[in-house]
Write a protein that binds this ligand. Structure first.
Ligand code: SF4
Length: 713
């Protein structure tokens, strides 16, 4: 049984699921579980919790936990070992690979579930001391197109607004986001705005989701045409009273080229409707509502990001906010809804292969700045492989050692069966996990390390509105469980780097992270939390949620950015970008239907935690595929029938759900079921390994596929 920490009886922490980052008050129940309630004082949720957050107390048991290090012995079997044995094996393995293959033979694959302090430690060890930039994360799968789009548009990876803007808006446009299911507490805040001030909702999504069902206007556009729709909107805005000529003149560049492109591809509502497969009246209404409503927030999520043209879609949206000057002012602005609890914190410390810590890149000056701050002996000097490429490099035998932390790539990556095969060929495969059994653990790890789980972890996370919050422990770590940062520091010490990793606890790491963010700070860098570089241990313990940037002298943080320009480009101007019109994968004779994958309301990722709650499991019992009635009828598929969905990469057997809200010619299937929870319902193997060329984010929304009735053997 998980033992409660002695005091205090109730601890304020943060939900470990989605990027809303809700505050939670947790009280151990003395029986191994915990009572949870929303934290009324947390600005993200003001006391609310969704079904997943409310069930957190049911998911902290020890039945499925990995409690001791496991090391693979000469007999080929994993056996319980001491931490010293496990850490020695990792250090020796990393040394051997580095000596034989150079630093590029080593990679890390991290997770948006990790705390910022764990992420920082992994990036410092890899990029500064081992010398490899092959450090990527499952956050690549959730928001890297928004990162790339923001960097092109703003010069930085910055979300300009705050959740409060959703309550101050008169129009909320939701693009590629089933907010009601995937960011439920934010959706409740939007609903509260609708009740209080009559806020209108427009949902842009090929599927009639639960969110779309509540919209004032739903635009079920053809898959992949979002950038065209927003180009059409830009052309409309340019000739409407909403056009803010002064903002465009004073704070932006590139407008003329972007407008010329928009007028060429989508000159008016009629042409836009034709290009996007929409009714012209609906498009005209969208254009008019957007133009006529100053207080407009445009939210976007995986339907935008998980695309071969995800970055372009983001920039097409930003263009419309630049053109109207609706940036960083109350109730206005573009808003990326982050999928994971700490996708943003991971970016802050360089958790993507194309980043260094503190939102720095790989320019010689930035590499040198980080090298000097860390006094790093083996600084990586150029970008590493992004997630899909990273596992492809493992498959080709170029990467020999991999350390995976807190994620399940054997299920969640595209072409997941290829990932499984690649993992089994590594010279050194280290897996830091909460659970003893999952699909990745079945891919022949040489060492498994028992990592602290939610309720035991101690550190910080950052949510979608740039708000840093504490995750605090309320349960004692069971067995030999340790935090990830500790395991990384112990390995660093064995490699001879102990002085640079001699942290006493997460507060030391947070202070170092904060100091680096302000080190020789440049006006072209957005991320600065140097106000906390000298935080005391007690102040770290009591740390109240705050939105960055928080430079020295501004510990209260920053609610909004860019109302008066001040972008993080060299000339401080925003950039209009003309989308490149990247051609998405098309259905074809061999694979005539497009498979879209995504989330359901009550499960999280591969269910290793939410699967422990019977309450959550009762929402949707089995893996399914949603099919439009017109696509089902010729195949004699009926509700509840078993269908085989296949692509060029794999196949799954899924229960049919006839759904008139599904766009014809498309399917939808949830991502959550794994080999551990279903013998036949994994959809990861089907997803094509196609990525956005700028962001490297996989296109998980449009894999050409086939649908057929399952003939029982
Ligand atoms: Fe947790 Fe997200 Fe639900 Fe909030 S909305 S309780 S962060 S899953």
């Amino acid at each position: 049984m998980n033992a409660p920490l002695a005091s205090p009886p109730s601890v304020k922490t943060t939900c470990p699921y989605c990027g809303v980052g809700c505050g939670v008050k947790a009280t151990p129940d003395g029986r191994g579980g915990a009572l949870v309630e929303g934290d009324a004082a947390h600005p993200a949720n003001l006391g609310r919790l969704c079904s997943k957050g409310a069930a957190l107390g049911e998911t902290v048991g020890l039945d499925t936990r990995l409690l001791h290090p496991l090391v693979r012995g000469a007999d080929g079997a994993l056996a319980r070992a001491s931490w010293d044995t496990a850490l020695d094996r990792i250090a020796d393995g990393l040394k051997a690979v580095r000596n034989a293959h150079g630093p590029g033979g080593i990679a890390f694959y991290l997770s948006g579930q990790l705390l910022t302090e764990d992420y920082y430690a992994a990036n410092k060890l890899a990029k500064g001391f081992l010398g490899t930039a092959h450090v990527d994360t499952n956050s690549r799968l959730c928001m890297s197109s928004s990162v790339a789009g923001h960097k092109r548009g703003f010069g930085s990876d910055t979300v300009p607004g705050s959740y409060e803007d959703l309550e101050a808006a008169d129009l909320i446009v939701l693009v590629g986001s089933n907010t009601a299911w995937c960011h439920p507490v934010l959706f409740r805040r939007m609903e509260a705005a609708r009740k209080a001030r009559g806020t209108k909702f427009i949902v842009i999504d090929p599927r009639r989701t639960e969110t779309a069902a509540e919209a004032d206007l739903h635009l079920p556009l053809a898959q992949g045409t979002d950038a065209l729709l927003f180009s059409g909107l830009l052309a409309h805005l340019a000739q409407s009273p909403a056009f803010d000529a002064a903002y465009v003149r004073d704070h932006t560049t590139g407008f003329d080229a972007a407008l010329a492109h928009a007028r060429a591809v989508a000159p008016d509502a009629e042409a836009t409707a034709r290009a996007c497969g929409l009714d012209v009246e609906d498009v005209a209404r969208f254009f008019a509502l957007f133009a006529d409503t100053a207080r407009t927030v445009t939210c976007y999520s995986q339907g935008v990001n998980q695309s071969v043209a995800g970055t372009d879609k983001v920039n097409a949206i930003l263009n419309c906010h630049f053109a109207t000057g609706r940036m960083g002012r109350e109730g206005m602005g573009p808003f990326s809804l982050t999928g994971q609890p700490n996708a943003m914190g991971g970016r802050e410390v360089g958790g993507l292969a194309n980043q260094l810590a503190a939102h720095m890149g790989f320019s010689p000056a930035e590499v040198d700045r980080v090298r000097r701050f860390w006094d790093a002996p083996h600084m990586a000097t150029r970008e590493g492989h992004k997630a899909v490429d990273l596992f492809a490099a493992i498959g080709r035998g170029e990467i020999k050692a991999l350390w995976v932390m807190g994620t399940n790539p054997a299920v969640s990556l595209p072409e997941a069966d290829g990932v499984r095969a690649a993992l089994k060929g590594l010279d050194l495969f280290v897996l830091s996990e909460n659970v003893a059994v999952n699909d990745t653990a079945q891919c022949h790890p040489h060492v498994m390390l028992p990592a602290a789980a939610w309720g035991e972890k101690d550190g910080t996370v950052t949510n979608s509105e740039r708000r840093i919050s504490r995750q605090r422990p309320f349960l004692a770590p069971p067995g030999a469980v340790k935090p990830n940062w500790w395991a990384l520091a112990q390995v660093a010490a064995r490699l001879g780097f102990g002085n640079a990793f001699a942290w006493r606890g997460p507060a030391d790491i947070f202070r170092e992270h904060a100091a680096l963010s302000g080190f020789e700070n440049a006006r072209t860098r957005d991320f600065d939390i140097s106000a906390f570089a000298d935080l005391s241990d007690a102040a770290y313990q009591d740390f109240a949620p705050v939105q960055w940037p928080a430079p020295r002298g501004r510990p209260q943080g920053t609610q909004r950015l860019f109302a008066e320009g001040g972008y993080f480009t060299a000339d401080r101007r925003a950039r209009f970008v003309a989308p490149a019109e990247v051609q998405a994968a098309q259905a074809n004779d061999a694979f005539p239907i497009l498979l879209n994958t995504g989330r359901i309301r009550d499960q999280w990722h591969t269910m290793t935690r939410t699967g422990l709650s019977p309450r959550l499991g009762s929402h949707i019992l089995a893996p399914f595929v949603a099919v439009h009635p017109d696509d089902a009828a010729p195949l004699d598929l009926v509700d509840g029938a078993l269908a085989r969905v296949s692509s060029a990469h794999g196949a799954a057997l899924l229960e049919v759900r006839i759904d008139a809200g599904q766009r014809r010619g498309t399917l939808f299937a949830p991502i959550h079921w794994s080999g551990a929870t279903s013998s036949h319902g994994r959809v990861g193997p089907l997803v094509h390994p196609v990525t956005d060329p700028l962001s490297g984010q996989p296109d998980s929304k449009a894999t050409p596929a086939t649908l057929a009735p399952h003939a029982a053997p």
